[in-house]
Design a protein around this ligand. Structure first.
Ligand code: ADP
Ligand code: MG
Length: 235
């Protein structure tokens, strides 16, 4: 927004100021309660919440949590970010597919990854997704969909909010994505169910054809790392 203001004539800066204020009111968290959050328990709750919200969707949510990790954050902000990423992963992965939620530590940092084996994001769209109010689905197509349904889309605000929180709370958000080569353009449709896909013979081919990983990186501030080990479970 600041860059746009510099590049635009004066009458436009007023409009941009107005939009900035609106975004700030949407995303700033006025009541910040920083607390130490144990990640296994926290991410378990997030996965359970997504599973109960996704209703009839037939997806495996794989949890792979390193034990003993905590991060210092506002719990509600972290919940919005993690649930937003998990919801996006679910909405962009066909039925019979899988999504992984992974917590780990590396080089004095704690990482939360949400990895899906879904449609992936085209290179053009990869440049746009954090810009806000952008979605890759046609308006007609997504407006009839409920949250967590395949190919549902919202207002294009989950990733903008995650980016805004990352600046506010001092963590990083990155992603990498490979678009499924059988549907290279964003107007190409995935059938939404692996067994209905006409390009592949089995699930493993779907899993190796496309997907996205969104990663959150938090500076580590804890001493219990020596005791950490991994806990893996499926649901
Ligand atoms: N894991 C993902 N796989 C494929 N596309 C994604 C993924 N996460 C986000 N996107 C796309 O990025 C766009 C912006 O995402 P987001 O800010 O969450 O908006 P929305 O409210 O539409 O979900 C959406 O069109 C969404 O489809
Ligand atoms: Mg979303």
């Amino acid at each position: 927004m600041e860059e746009e203001k510099e590049a635009n004539p004066r009458h436009k800066t007023e409009l941009l100021d107005h939009i900035s204020q609106r975004i700030e009111s949407l995303y700033s968290n006025e009541e910040i309660h920083l607390e130490e959050i144990p990640l296994v328990e926290f991410l378990d709750t997030i996965c359970n919440e997504a599973i109960s919200s996704m209703g009839e969707r037939n997806l495996t949510i794989i949890r792979s949590f390193e034990r003993g990790l905590t991060i210092t954050m506002d719990r509600e902000a972290l919940r919005k970010v993690c649930l937003g990423l998990l919801k996006n992963a679910i909405e962009n992965t066909p039925d019979e597919g899988k999504v992984e939620v992974i917590s780990s530590s590396r080089d004095k940092a704690v990482l939360i990854d949400v990895r899906d084996y879904g449609v992936g994001i085209t290179e053009d769209n990869q440049k746009m997704i954090f810009g806000g109010f952008f979605h890759t689905q046609d308006n007609d197509f997504y407006s009839s969909k409920r949250p967590y349904e395949f190919n549902a889309g919202g207002s294009g605000s989950d990733l903008l909010r995650a980016k805004s929180f990352s600046e506010q709370y001092g963590f990083e958000i990155d992603f990498e994505s490979t678009r499924c080569p059988f549907i290279p353009h964003d107007t190409d449709r995935c059938s939404g169910r692996i067994s209905s896909c006409c390009f592949i013979a089995d699930k493993s081919q779907c899993f190796s054809s496309g997907g996205s990983t969104f990663s959150l990186t938090f500076p580590m501030k804890r001493s219990a790392y020596e005791t950490s080990d991994r806990q893996e479970q499926d649901s």
